[in-house]
Design a protein around this ligand. Structure first.
Ligand SMILES: [Zn+2]
Length: 286
C-alpha cells in the first residue's frame, strides 16, 4: 500500500504532500513486466496520479492522465478514483534505453519531450473536466508542473523519483509536492521552492528513510494526515459485459464460432475474462 502524508506548512500558506509510492510501482512492475526505465516512467506518473486522487472528494469521482510523447515507451495512461485506487499502463512495457548522460534511467527519453499531457476528471458533473498541456521534458515532474500552471492555474513544485534496484524491483519511489494556498505570501513561495530543491534525490531518501523518515527529518513540527493510495484495478465482469454488448450480436457469435471463445484481457491488471458460447447467450439474454 502506498502512503501519502498531507499538511499545511509555513503558517498554513503552503500545502505539502509527502508520498511513498514504492508498493504501487512494484504492483505495476508485476502486472506489466516493465523494464527499469519503463517502471521509472510509469512509476513517476503513478506517483503524481496517487497525489491527484487525494483531491477527489467522493469515492465515485475519477480521473485519468494520458501522456502522449514521441519516445519509445509509447503512451502512458493512468487512472484513479476517490477511493485512492490507482492503476496505469505504458504502451511498450519492454522498451529500453541506455542510461542518460547523468547515469540515470532515461525517463525523458523513453517518454519523449514532444507531445502532450491530458487530464480528464469525472467529478459527477454533466461534462467531465479536460485539461491539456504540452510536455516540457518528458521527465514527468516538469510536465505536471506545467500542466498545473497552465491548465489549473495552480502553481506547483514537485520532486518525483523512482529508484529501481539490481533485481529490477522498485526499492524507493515517491515524491514531495507543494502548492501555495490562495493567500500565500511571496516569501513563503520562495522558501517552498528552495525546500523542493533539497529533494533532488527523493527516491533515494524514500529508499533509505521512507516518507516517515523524511517527515521526521524535515517537517517534525507539523501534524500530517495519512492517506493510503494503492494499485487496484476496477475492471469487473459487469464492465467487460458492457463493452462486449456494444460490439453487437453478430460480431460476438462470429468470434465464438471462429475462436471457440472470446478472451478479453484487462490492460491495467492483465486479468483475463473468457466467454464461451453459453456465456454469450446469457450476456444477450438468450
Ligand atoms: Zn483490470
Amino acid at each position: 500500500m502506498g502512503k501519502l502524508f498531507k499538511t499545511l506548512i509555513f503558517d498554513g500558506e503552503i500545502s505539502l504532500s509527502v508520498i511513498d509510492s514504492t508498493d504501487i510501482v512494484n504492483e505495476a512492475i508485476k502486472f506489466h513486466n516493465l523494464t527499469p526505465v519503463c517502471a521509472a516512467a510509469l512509476g513517476r506518473v503513478l506517483t503524481v496520479t496517487a497525489f491527484m486522487s487525494s483531491s477527489l472528494k467522493h469515492e465515485d469521482e475519477r480521473l485519468s492522465v494520458t501522456i502522449e510523447g514521441d519516445g519509445k515507451g509509447g503512451q502512458i495512461v493512468t487512472a484513479c478514483d476517490g477511493k485512492m485506487h490507482v492503476r496505469g499502463l505504458i504502451g511498450n512495457p519492454f522498451a529500453d534505453l541506455p542510461l542518460n548522460s547523468k547515469g540515470k534511467l532515461d525517463v525523458g527519453g523513453i517518454v519523449g519531450k514532444n507531445g502532450s499531457i491530458t487530464v480528464i476528471k469525472n467529478l459527477g458533473l454533466k461534462e467531465p473536466y479536460v485539461g491539456r498541456c504540452d510536455l516540457v521534458s518528458g521527465e514527468i515532474a516538469e510536465d505536471f508542473t506545467a500542466y498545473y500552471a497552465y491548465s489549473e492555474q495552480q502553481p506547483t513544485a514537485m520532486a518525483i523519483g523512482v529508484l529501481i534496484g539490481r533485481d529490477e524491483t522498485c526499492i524507493g519511489a515517491g515524491g514531495i509536492i507543494i502548492q501555495p494556498m490562495p493567500n500565500c505570501s511571496e516569501e513563503s513561495i520562495v522558501k517552498a521552492e528552495k525546500l523542493i530543491g533539497e529533494f533532488g534525490d527523493v527516491s533515494a531518501k524514500i529508499h533509505s528513510i521512507g516518507a516517515e523518515g523524511i517527515i521526521k527529518e524535515y517537517f517534525s513540527e507539523y501534524d500530517f494526515t495519512e492517506y493510503n493510495p494503492s494499485y487496484v484495478c476496477n475492471c469487473s465482469k459487469e464492465y467487460i459485459d458492457g463493452i462486449l454488448i456494444t460490439l453487437g450480436e453478430d460480431e460476438l457469435y462470429d468470434t465464438v464460432e471462429k475462436e471457440g471463445k472470446i478472451e478479453v484481457c484487462c490492460h491495467f491488471c492483465d486479468k483475463k475474462y473468457v466467454y464461451y458460447k453459453k456465456d454469450v447467450d446469457k450476456l444477450l439474454g438468450k
